[in-house]
Ligand binder design. Structure first.
Ligand SMILES: NC(=O)c1ccc[n+]([C@@H]2O[C@H](COP(=O)([O-])OP(=O)(O)OC[C@H]3O[C@@H](n4cnc5c(N)ncnc54)[C@H](O)[C@@H]3O)[C@@H](O)[C@H]2O)c1
Length: 314
């Protein structure tokens, strides 16, 4: 299949690109390298270094003629979306609209889009199903839900198949550790550097940590399944931030204690996703345990830390 991956230089989508190429698909990546890295892009993918908001996206569709688009390019920082809601909305809503319009014009068969648990807002249940009320606490949650709504509308009006994947907290190799990136990569890097990670609130807030390779598997399933569906992609397992910290401290062999600071506006107290629908419509279930996923992630980050140290001492 000819598959266009937006955000393919970023954390999650670069793993998706690798898996698609492994399965012998023809892959093109569109990424403006704002938070992604050219080193993440598989050498066997075509790379278009452009913004999804750019008119040049039209040329990419005209030349590459994707059968499927896997859309991951986005502004991903919830705190930034509170400070700069306009920038967030432009990238996530107008950017998605630009991708959608190109899909319609060039008769793309399907769009698979990364959404987020941030659309739900404060949970009314310990584990959230897809029919949970939508009450986002950040511009990011609003922009993700608005994009979902446009995708559904375009899908229904123009016969464009879609699967919307609402991810829980994704972690794994290649995740950024700047700004509001994943708590796992931020904690792991701090512990490996002998520094104290910051925990906002008392650390008893619950998250659903899903390993990136499980997320990749869900995207691969969505190539042929999940017709016009919106599904949660999470483990359904509740892990407190304190417990996560404990796992990472053991894996890094660090003796450091965390520093607790006040809760932040826009942070959801508890978040855990029910994955029953994904099991039925995508025939997908996560297969990686938190312990094994964290161990792979820490090994990777420890290797990066050694390389960075060697480079500065050379
Ligand atoms: N990481 C998570 O825990 C998580 C959870 C829920 C949803 N998501 C969603 O998954 C997707 C990927 O997230 P990620 O964690 O890999 O983030 P990431 O920042 O590593 O990847 C995003 C990529 O998009 C690119 N990009 C940003 N704006 C662009 C633009 N205007 N034009 C072209 N490229 C642009 C960036 O350079 C980057 O490579 C995002 O849509 C995000 O909202 C992630």
């Amino acid at each position: 299949m000819r598959i266009l991956v937006t955000g393919g230089a970023g954390f999650i989508a670069s793993h998706i690109v690798d898996a698609l190429i492994e399965q012998r698909h023809t892959v093109a990546v569109v990424d403006k390298l704002s938070t992604g890295f050219v080193e993440n892009i598989n050498k066997r993918a075509r790379f278009y270094p452009i913004d999804i908001l750019d008119d040049a996206l039209e040329d990419v569709f005209a030349v590459f003629r994707p059968e499927v688009v896997i859309h991951h390019a986005a502004q991903i920082d919830g705190q930034m979306s509170l400070r700069q809601p306009r920038f967030d909305a432009e990238t996530n809503i107008i950017g998605t609209l630009n991708v959608l319009e190109r899909c319609i014009e060039h008769k793309t068969r399907k769009i698979i889009c990364a959404s987020s648990a941030a659309v739900y807002g404060p949970p009314a249940a310990p584990v959230i199903r897809e029919d949970h009320p939508i009450r986002p606490l950040t511009g990011y949650g609003i922009s993700k839900y608005t994009s979902e709504t446009y995708i559904r509308m375009y899908g229904e009006q123009h016969n464009l198949d879609f699967t919307i994947l609402r991810y829980a907290n994704v972690y794994g190799e290649r995740q950024g550790a700047k700004g509001e990136a994943g708590v796992v990569s931020i904690f792991a890097d701090r512990l490996l550097a002998g520094e104290a990670p910051i925990i906002y609130g008392d650390g008893e807030q619950v998250r659903d940590f899903i390993y990136v390779k499980d997320v990749v598997a869900a995207n691969l399933q969505a190539l042929s399944l999940g017709h016009c569906c919106t599904v949660n992609i999470g483990t359904g397992e509740r892990t407190s931030v304190n417990r996560l910290f404990g796992f990472l401290r053991d894996l890094t062999g660090s003796g450091t204690q965390p520093v607790y600071q006040a809760e932040r506006t826009g942070d959801i107290k508890h978040s855990c996703l029910d994955n029953t629908l994904a099991a039925s419509v995508l025939a997908w279930r996560p297969v990686h345990t938190l312990e094994s996923g964290l161990a792979s992630t820490v090994r990777d980050r420890a290797g990066l830390a050694v390389t960075a140290r060697n480079q500065t001492t050379l």
